[in-house]
Structure formats: structure tokens, C-alpha cells
Design a protein around this ligand. Structure first.
Ligand code: OOG
Ligand code: NI
Length: 458
């Protein structure tokens, strides 16, 4: 009799993330090279910065670091988005955040599927940045109709994956054997295809409208277009990339280098040109690239507003999209403007700019119940009874994401769309609401405070 004991969705996600990484490494050897470089750099940073190692030990990030990665896919229809939402739910991943990329000339809006509780994130922090193409932004009605018809014909999930999603929904989970099969079946959706579903001329027409439109419409499925390992020092990796035969994009996206990293910094290398068989001819397509990221502390609404303000000010002063030619100036401007952003944890906390986690110390536990034990959070911290550690940012940044898209779509793709964020339409397609990431950070922070209270004061 098959087992009725369900595997935890977190374990399924962990297995899937590993399977995806293995598949991508086989298909894109440069990803393997990048993973090695990141592992070497991380080991070096941990050796030379014992304080950082201690911080990551305390928050648990050190154990998840080696398996930490995010990927990205681009979907063509509302139905695909709704089903992918159900597929990710089997692995305990929920849609967090809404990102509108149209102001940067990319005709998509997006969310990130990820685990939402700190314990689940600890088992596997795997995330997938998931974009939905906005066909309504194609102006040419014939091309739009052609794209719609091509997408209507495809089915991006295997029958086996669909059956197991339904089974998981009906029974509230999957047993070990079904979970393994689910991972195998689900992986097929993300696989690269060497054949396109359209002719060479049709591909060209789609590509002329926007390279991203061709990337979605001309293929059988939403191939994973990058997988991103997490590094502890992105500048070191960026500098070492050329030595490994990898050419990074001109600027690192996100905040400048700081003593206390905030949010997310990212850099990528250009997409590879890969041979494709169109239905009538041979050609090529570039979509798959590599990326690395460095994560810092999550910001409160107040901190995020300051970040956005300083980023915009630096970009306005640059007066152009950051590129090879103005990269040095951009870095200089970013550093100048971000002087206004406090760069130590105490100030970030005192000014309510960032989220933190609180951990009882051994000293605190020993002092529990004693006559002169401090009774407030502030006093417990001051007395060394509670340690404060930054709460890591688990999400993405729209301006950075646009920069990553752009660097891989080429300059030809810089068309402009009127900014028309449409979260309601996105959520209608998704079949549910996206989760507000700030609420999640607030909850994690509060749980850590509650845990301190329970351990030290209750
Ligand atoms: C997604 C680009 C955004 C990130 O890390 O910000 C992204 C894509 O190219 O499909 O992955
Ligand atoms: Ni990415």
C-alpha cells in the first residue's frame, strides 16, 4: 500500500531546488563556474570576517548559504500563471510582492514565489521571480493575435505534474514517492527547448516587437532563464569573474557597497547565444544568463522610502541609464547620495529603518528570574541578555530587476511603455492576492521578540 505520510512542502522545495540547479549546471556550464567562484569567495569571507560568520551562524543563514539561489521564468497567459501558482504551492511557495516592470520598458509584471516563514526559509530559501507577459502592450493587432494563438496552443505542464498538483490539493500533500515524481514532472516545465514552435520569420517579427515577447511566445515552455547563487561579497566576485572567462554587466544593481549591507545587490553576465531549430530554418536565440546576488537587511517602509529617494536622486543626476560608459560616474553618485543612509545596525534600528531579529543570549538565560534582571527589550539588549541581528531581505527590487532584464535583452529592447501598474489584473490572473512582503518581515521580527519574552521573562 502506498504511504499516506506526507512529505513537508519545504522538503519538496529543497529537493526541487537541487534538481533545478543540477539541470541548469548541466545545460549552462558557466553557471557551474559561477557557483564555484561564489563558494570560494564565501569561504574566504567567512574566514576573514569572524563577526559576519557569527552573525550568520546566529540567524541560521550560514547553513542555508550553499543551497541558496533564485531563478526566473516568464509566462505567457493568465492560465499559466494560475497553474504555476498551484504548482509552487505544493512546494510551500507563495506569491510575495508585485513588481511592475513597464516603466523600464519591459512589458511584464511579476511576483516572487517563495517560502514565507523563517523556519521554512531556513530549510530552503529557493525563490522564483515569475513574470507575466502583457500582450495588451503589443500595438500591432495582427502580431498580438498571432502571439495569443501561439500561446493558446501550448501546454507548459506535463499531465503527470497536473495530476500530482491536484492530488496534493485534494489530500493536503504528497507522500515520499509522489513527491519525487512531482519533482521530476515539475522540472519539465522549466527545461530548455532546442526547437521553437514558430518559423524563423515569425520569430523575427516577435523579436522586433520586443526580444522578451519572442522569448515567451516562440517556445514550448517557460525555460528557467537564470539561477542565482548568493554571495557574501559581490564586489569580490564581480572583480574575479573575468579571470574565469565570465564577463559581468557594467554596474552592480541595487545599493552601493556599504559596511552594513541593505536590501539586495545583483550583477549578471550576458545571455548566451544558443542554436535553435525554427519550424522552417536554423537560427539562434539568447535568453539564458547567470547572475549573483548579495543580500542585506530588510528595510521598513521608512527605510525603503529613503532607499528609493536616494536611488532616484543618483539616477536623476546621472541623467541616463547606467551603462559601460558612465559606470564609474554612477558608482560615485550612488556612494555620494547614500552617505545619507545610516551605515550601522544601531542607527538603522534606532531610526526604524530596518527589521531585526532578537535572540536570547546564554547570559540572558542564566539571569532569568534573578532579582535585578532587566524587564524591557531595550534594557535586555543593553545588558547583553538579547542579541540583535539584521533580518535578511528575501525579495527583489523593481529597478534592479529592470536592469537585469535590460542587460540581457540588449539596447535594442529599450522601448518605452507608459507606466501602468495593474496589480488587480495580475492578481486576477494569479487567482489570489500577492502577499505584502513588509507584513512578513514585521511578523518574523515580532515572533523573535515574543520568543525572547517567553524564554527570558515568562
Ligand atoms: C527576471 C529578471 C529579474 C532579478 O533577480 O531581479 C530578476 C527575468 O529576466 O526574467 O531575476
Ligand atoms: Ni534574478
Amino acid at each position: 500500500m502506498p504511504s499516506t505520510v506526507h512529505v513537508s512542502p519545504d522538503e519538496i522545495r529543497k529537493g526541487f531546488s537541487k534538481a533545478m540547479s543540477d539541470m541548469y549546471r548541466d545545460e549552462v556550464p558557466l553557471y557551474g563556474a559561477l557557483m564555484e567562484l561564489v563558494a570560494e569567495t564565501n569561504a574566504h569571507v567567512l574566514d576573514t570576517q569572524p563577526q559576519l560568520a557569527q552573525q550568520l551562524q546566529r540567524t541560521g543563514e550560514i547553513q542555508r548559504l550553499d543551497m541558496e539561489r533564485h531563478g526566473a521564468i516568464r509566462l505567457g497567459t493568465a492560465a499559466e500563471l494560475a497553474t504555476i501558482c498551484r504548482l509552487f504551492a505544493v512546494m510551500g511557495m507563495q506569491p510575495v510582492g508585485y513588481y511592475d516592470l513597464t516603466p523600464a520598458g519591459v512589458p511584464v509584471h511579476s511576483t516572487a514565489f517563495r517560502a514565507v516563514h523563517e523556519q521554512a526559509l531556513q530549510t530552503s530559501p529557493f525563490r522564483v521571480f515569475t513574470s507575466l507577459l502583457r500582450l495588451e502592450l503589443i500595438e500591432n493587432p495582427e502580431l498580438r493575435a498571432f502571439a495569443e494563438a501561439a500561446l493558446a496552443k501550448r501546454s507548459i505542464f506535463t499531465p503527470g505534474a497536473l495530476a500530482l498538483i491536484e492530488q496534493a490539493e485534494q489530500h493536503g500533500g504528497l507522500n515520499a514517492q509522489d513527491a519525487d515524481e512531482f519533482i521530476r514532472q515539475a522540472l519539465e516545465t522549466f527545461r530548455w527547448h532546442h526547437t521553437a514552435t514558430v518559423t524563423g520569420a515569425q520569430y523575427q517579427q516577435l523579436s522586433d516587437q520586443h526580444r522578451l515577447i519572442a522569448d515567451v511566445v516562440a517556445f514550448k515552455g517557460p525555460h528557467i532563464n537564470h539561477l542565482t547563487p548568493r554571495t557574501l561579497d559581490i564586489d569580490q566576485v564581480q572583480a574575479a569573474m573575468p579571470g574565469k572567462g565570465i564577463t559581468p554587466k557594467a554596474v552592480i544593481e541595487g545599493p552601493p557597497r556599504r559596511h552594513c549591507p541593505i536590501l539586495l545587490r545583483q550583477t549578471s553576465f550576458k545571455a548566451l547565444d544558443e542554436p535553435i531549430a525554427f519550424t522552417d530554418a536554423q537560427g539562434s536565440h539568447s535568453a539564458r544568463f547567470g547572475e549573483i546576488e548579495q543580500r542585506g537587511v530588510a528595510l521598513t517602509p521608512k527605510g525603503r522610502a529613503l532607499y528609493d529617494q536616494l536611488l532616484n536622486a543618483a539616477r536623476d543626476e546621472l541623467g541616463a541609464f547606467p551603462n559601460e560608459g558612465n559606470a564609474a560616474r554612477y558608482v560615485e553618485l550612488m556612494e555620494q547620495h547614500f552617505q545619507a543612509f545610516p551605515d550601522n545596525h544601531a542607527q538603522l534600528r534606532d531610526q526604524g529603518l530596518a527589521y531585526f531579529r532578537y535572540f536570547p543570549t546564554a547570559q540572558g538565560v542564566a539571569a532569568r528570574g534573578t532579582a535585578n534582571q532587566p524587564r524591557t527589550l531595550q534594557a535586555l539588549i543593553a545588558a547583553g541578555h538579547i542579541d540583535v541581528e539584521p533580518l535578511v531581505y528575501e525579495d527583489f527590487l523593481p529597478v534592479s530587476a529592470a536592469g537585469i532584464f535590460q542587460s540581457n535583452l540588449g539596447d535594442a529592447a529599450q522601448s518605452h511603455y507608459a507606466a501602468n501598474s495593474n496589480q488587480a489584473e495580475f492578481e486576477k490572473a494569479l487567482g489570489r492576492q500577492t502577499i505584502d512582503e513588509l507584513k512578513l518581515y514585521g511578523e518574523t521580527q515580532q515572533r523573535s521578540v515574543d520568543e525572547c519574552t517567553r524564554t527570558l521573562l515568562a
